[in-house]
Design a protein around this ligand. Structure first.
Ligand SMILES: Cc1ncc(COP(=O)(O)O)c(C=O)c1O
Length: 384
């Protein structure tokens, strides 16, 4: 960070976090016709570091495409279905029959649970992990088997394999994992898939894929496929693209799996704005690179600030960080709430860990100011 930027940030107090707002604005579009631009403080007065959103919103190019799409919102986007599927397929160099898009990747998780879990078929997952699929699996009568992460906060695939028999309809692997921001090594997942029963589907959730710094231990299962019909990979436009509010996610999988999931999809859930914007977002290589760079700078800043305070976060690979605060996390969540900052919820079984989504620099200044007001935060420095 440049020194001028640092002194600018220093001049900002908790109450002025909104000063560094997202870089997109509505331009000439009358505010009554469209959503307000993202600001550091939400309209509810809170700084949102709780939902792993992209604090900056979409790139300038995508924001322009959103503005241009406003003229289409009175029409159903029926005619765009094939085009959106084709755009995603082209981006990943797969066939359209390998792609299913939905109202956020949350809807993909729901239809996967409906198609492959259910009564008499288990869902195998880690704990803690992103909880949505477990809720849907239970709702369709599935038993959910939750296997604690291992000591490196990776999926314990040995133990998960031991629990995976022919009645396991679906295995959920979140990589990077939410809430721990940790990675599970690629070769362990490959080995797990190869040794899974023929009837078990393995869903790999890559919601945070773009934020991972590529190393030998990580490669996307879309970019480097296993060519195994049991694998389903999910992605979303909610994170690196900054489009959580426009609700689009998708699965890449074998056509048979796609068709089984499609049966449970909400009809006509595509919205007219994202239908116009998706091609621009996928094309916007520079916008994604900027978003990734900003996140990795913020992530490094967070690690530096943690280090000064002798905090030891789990090595983060996404746009959020998980830190052991050695106190019941509910107290910490409440403390931040009283300072108008929302951080992540409690994630059993890591009851003393707080999950913090990375915000703008000003938001993070506000976060650390509030942290330093915790009555025991200074004592921790000496204890750790
Ligand atoms: C791991 C993971 N998967 C899926 C989702 C759902 O994303 P969306 O429905 O916005 O695509 C989230 C949201 O935070 C997530 O953390």
């Amino acid at each position: 960070m440049t020194s001028s930027r640092r002194s600018f940030l220093r001049s900002l107090g908790v109450g002025t976090a909104a000063g560094v707002a997202a870089h997109w604005s509505l331009g000439e579009v009358p505010a009554a016709n469209a959503a307000e631009p993202a600001t550091a403080k939400g309209s509810d007065g809170f700084i949102h570091l709780d939902s792993n959103e992209n604090a900056y919103g979409p790139s300038a190019r995508v924001a322009q495409a959103i503005r241009s799409a406003l003229g289409k919102v009175n029409r159903y986007p029926f005619r765009k279905y094939d085009e959106v599927t084709a755009q995603i397929a082209r981006f990943h160099r797969v066939k359209p029959e390998n792609v299913l898009f939905a109202c956020g990747s949350t809807e993909i998780l729901r239809v996967a649970a409906c198609a492959f879990a259910g009564s008499g078929r288990q869902l195998i997952q880690a704990v803690p992990t992103y909880e949505a699929i477990a809720g849907y699996a239970k709702a369709v009568g599935s038993e959910v088997v939750s296997v604690p992460l291992n000591r490196s906060f990776a999926h314990d695939l040995e133990d998960m394999r031991a629990r995976t028999n022919a009645s396991a309809g679906l295995v959920y692997i979140c990589n990077p994992n939410n809430p721990t921001s940790s990675l599970t090594p690629r070769e362990e997942i490959e080995d797990f898939v190869k040794r899974s029963p023929a009837t078990t589907r393995v869903l790999i959730d890559e919601a945070y894929h773009q934020y991972v710094v590529r190393t030998g231990t990580y490669a996307s299962f879309i970019d480097k496929p296993l060519n195994d019909d049991r694998v389903i990979v999910t992605r979303t436009f909610s994170k690196v693209y900054g489009l959580a509010g426009l609700r689009l996610g998708y699965a890449v999988a074998a056509p048979t799996a796609i068709e089984e999931m499609r049966k449970f999809l909400t009809a006509d859930s595509l919205n007219a704005i994202i239908a116009e914007v998706v091609g621009v977002a996928l094309d916007d290589v520079a916008g994604v690179a900027e978003s990734v760079k900003r996140n990795s700078d913020q992530r490094q800043e967070f690690l530096n600030s943690s280090n000064i305070r002798s905090l030891k976060p789990i090595d983060p690979h996404a746009n959020f960080v998980m830190v052991d605060v050695q106190h019941p996390v509910e107290q910490v969540i409440e403390h931040f709430r009283q300072h108008n900052i929302l951080i992540g919820r409690r994630f059993p079984i890591l009851d003393t860990y707080m999950r913090v989504s990375l915000g703008t620099p000003a938001e993070m200044v506000a976060f650390w100011k509030a942290w330093d007001l915790l009555p025991w935060s200074h004592k921790m420095i000496h204890r750790m």
